[in-house]
Design a protein around this ligand. Sequence first.
Ligand code: DHB
Ligand code: FE
Length: 256
Amino acid sequence: MSERVKQIVPDLIEAVRNVLRDHKVTFDEYRAGFGYMIGVQEAKEIPLLLDALLNSTIVEIENQTRGGTKADIQGPYYLDENYPLVTKALAVRPEDADAEDMIIRGCVTDLAGQPVSGAEIDIWHSTPDGLYSGIHDNIDRKYYRGRVLTDADGHYSVTSKTPVAYQIPNQGPTGELLEKHLGRHSWRPAHIHFWVRCVGKRDLINQAYFEGGDYVGNDCCETDHLDLVVPKIYENGKRVMQVNFVLEPAYTISAG
Ligand code: DHB
Ligand code: FE
C-alpha cells in the first residue's frame, strides 16, 4: 500500500494545486473551503460526501477489468457486520405493513452460465419512505437488511417492501454543496443494494433500479450503471425484482 500512496498522493496534491492555480484561488476562498471541510466533519458527512462525489469513479475503474455483471456503488449505508441470515423475508418495519409488497429474486451464474450455489448475497435497501435502518431515525437495524444464500440451482428469493426514490440527507453540507452551490438535486432513483460473495468468485457490489422510476438515469451520485434496471413486473400485486448476477472468478495472486 505505501508504494501506492507514494505514487498517488503527490499526483493528487499536484492536481489540486493546479485547480487552485487555474482559478487563482484567493486566501479567503481557501479559508472558506477549509471551513466547509470542517462543517462536513462536524456533520459526520465525510462518508456521504465522498461516496456521492467519488464512489462512481472507483466503480468505473473497477468495471474496466470486470467480466460478468458490472458493479455499482456501495454507498455509505452498508452496515459492516454479519447480516442476519434470511430464507424467505427481510424483516419489515411494522408500520410499513400497508406498503407495496416486493419479491427480490434471481439467480447467480458463472461466466459459463453454470449456476453458482452457496453464494452469499447481502441485501439492503431503504424503508418505503426513504430511510435506512441502523442509520436514520433510530430505525432498528434488523429491518430491510439480510443475507440470503443461493440454492443448488443458483437461485435466491426473498420478500420485502418496495422502496421509493431516495433523497440523500440534504440538510447538511453535502446537500448544501449539491443544491445551493452546484445547482444540482440530491435524489437517487429507488434502488436495492447487493453484495454478492462466493468462494472462488470476485465479490460483486451492485444495485438494482426500478424501470420507469423517478431519477433513473439522473442520479445525484452520478452512477450511470443502468445494467440492472428491472422491468416493471407484478405477480399477485407484488412488485417482482428479478435480479441476476454473473460472477467472474476471483483474482489469483501469482507468486512473483
Ligand atoms: C449514497 C448512495 C446510496 O446508495 C444511498 O442510499 C445514499 C447515498 C451516496 O453515494 O452518497
Ligand atoms: Fe442506497
